[in-house]
Design a binder for this molecule. Structure first.
Ligand SMILES: Nc1ncnc2c1ncn2[C@@H]1O[C@H](COP(=O)(O)OP(=O)(O)O)[C@@H](O)[C@H]1O
Ligand SMILES: CC(=O)OP(=O)(O)O
Ligand SMILES: [Mg+2]
Length: 394
């Protein structure tokens, strides 16, 4: 028996789970959310109790310190040496990493160097890697990549229509993200539906602060909405998603911003729900604003839903029809309103939600019995996939 911890740094959150392995028993878990916003919330669940602390948490380095402190102060562990393995979600693996790897100094450096491919994530992932390697020099540390599941995409999906040189010399292509989550829910969907993964065409919709949709054919990713970086695809909490690149020089000329990196930073951190609503990047705040009749919050909500609907349409085309649509992640798992708004506009395609099943806490099929394309809610579990991969190296 040994304890293994999974660290999942998202753009707005840090999720962790401490497991007894190989039994896969969760000893304790934590969610630090709204990182970088006011009133961040840290929740630790341990021995049936929930410990909740609300305070401003400015960045992921602070979040990692809180997590380490909680492990000891809440007496989840007595000594750090009880933890023999750590698994770190790494968002961008580029073309370098097709599966999980044991972290060495060299690997940690490579992960840091891939930050251009995930500027909001890889630096946070590296912060967790450095902190735990320093604390637990004798443990097994493993990096698990979001991009790994998408390495099955064919060139027709992953290539961009730019001059060949850009791909061949500079690796400019679509890499995708959230792969661990898309893979996990696609496998679960096959279990829920009682069918072999090989026989299913699925559209997995990971809707959190970061959002991506994937076309999964026979258990393999064949297309996904995120691109060279997680800026691409649909509109997100703070990110634009798809945009005409010509907007960049236009904004620079009009505003006087002289550094292109600054524009990209605005597209990554100040756009999406936050940019349109001028209220928040957090869907719970948008839903409140919309309910109160706020026009900007309503537009933000409607644009968010519209972009997701259009990608579902694309993937119905890519797959030439689908057996099921899967909702997962923070918004996909929890927001009845968002699921209802997305599906109700897709009835022509044979999607039909059963309102009595589309409720808080939904888990499993939420479509009507006759729906041509089933709709499921499946809570993702990136942490479980991560610790299973750590165990492979022990
Ligand atoms: N009950 C809820 N209703 C609507 N949205 C929710 C609910 N709970 C969480 N969310 C949303 O989920 C998003 C965070 O999702 P998550 O998957 O945790 O993000 P990250 O991309 O940081 O991993 C936030 O926009 C948050 O508002
Ligand atoms: C890749 C990505 O956007 O991740 P998250 O949704 O966890 O921020
Ligand atoms: Mg996430």
């Amino acid at each position: 028996m040994s304890k293994t911890i999974a660290i999942n740094a998202g753009s707005s959150s840090l999720k962790w789970q401490l497991y007894e392995m190989p039994e896969e028993v969760v000893i304790a878990k934590g969610l630090i959310e709204r990182i970088g916003l006011s009133d961040s919330v840290s929740t630790v669940s341990f021995e049936g109790d929930k410990h909740v602390v609300v305070k401003d948490i400015h960045n992921h380095t602070e979040a990692v310190s809180i997590l380490m402190n909680d492990l000891k102060s809440l007496k989840i562990i007595e000594h750090f040496s009880e933890i023999s393995g750590t698994g770190h979600r790494v968002v961008a693996g580029g073309e370098l990493f097709k599966s999980s790897v044991l972290i060495t100094d060299e690997i940690a450096k490579q992960v840091e160097e891939l930050s251009d491919l995930a500027p909001l994530h890889n630096p946070a992932n590296v912060a967790g890697i450095h902190a735990f390697r320093a604390l637990l020099p004798n443990a097994t540390h493993v990096a698990v990549f979001d991009t790994a599941f998408h390495t099955t995409m064919p060139p027709v999906a992953f290539r961009y229509p730019v001059p060949n040189d850009y791909y061949e010399k500079y690796a400019v292509r679509k890499y995708g993200a959230h792969g661990t989550s898309h893979m996990y829910v696609a496998q679960k969907a096959a279990e829920y539906l009682g069918q072999a993964p090989e026989s299913l065409k699925l559209i997995t919709a990971h809707i959190g602060n970061g959002v991506s949709l994937t076309a999964v054919d026979g258990g393999k990713s064949v297309d996904t909405s995120m691109g060279f970086t997680p800026l691409a695809g649909v509109m997100m909490g703070t990110r634009t998603g798809e945009l005409d690149a010509s907007v960049i020089p236009h904004i620079m000329a009009k505003t006087g911003i002289s550094d292109v990196a600054e524009v990209i930073d605005i597209f990554n951190k100040k756009s999406g729900l936050a940019g349109i609503s001028e209220i928040s990047s957090d869907m719970r705040d948008i839903i409140k604003g919309r309910a109160a009749g706020d026009a900007k919050a309503t537009l933000a909500f409607d644009m968010f839903v519209n972009r997701i609907q259009k990608y579902i349409g694309q993937y119905l085309a890519v797959l030439n029809g689908a057996d099921a649509l899967i909702f997962t992640a923070g918004i996909g798992e929890n927001s009845v309103e968002v699921r209802d708004a997305i599906v109700s506009g897709l009835s022509w395609f044979g999607l039909d939600i059963d309102e009595s099943k589309n409720v808080v806490g939904a888990d499993g099929v939420i479509s009507t019995p006759n729906a041509k394309v089933k709709v499921l809610v499946i809570p993702t579990d990136e942490e479980l996939v991560i610790v299973r991969d750590v165990d492979k190296f022990k």
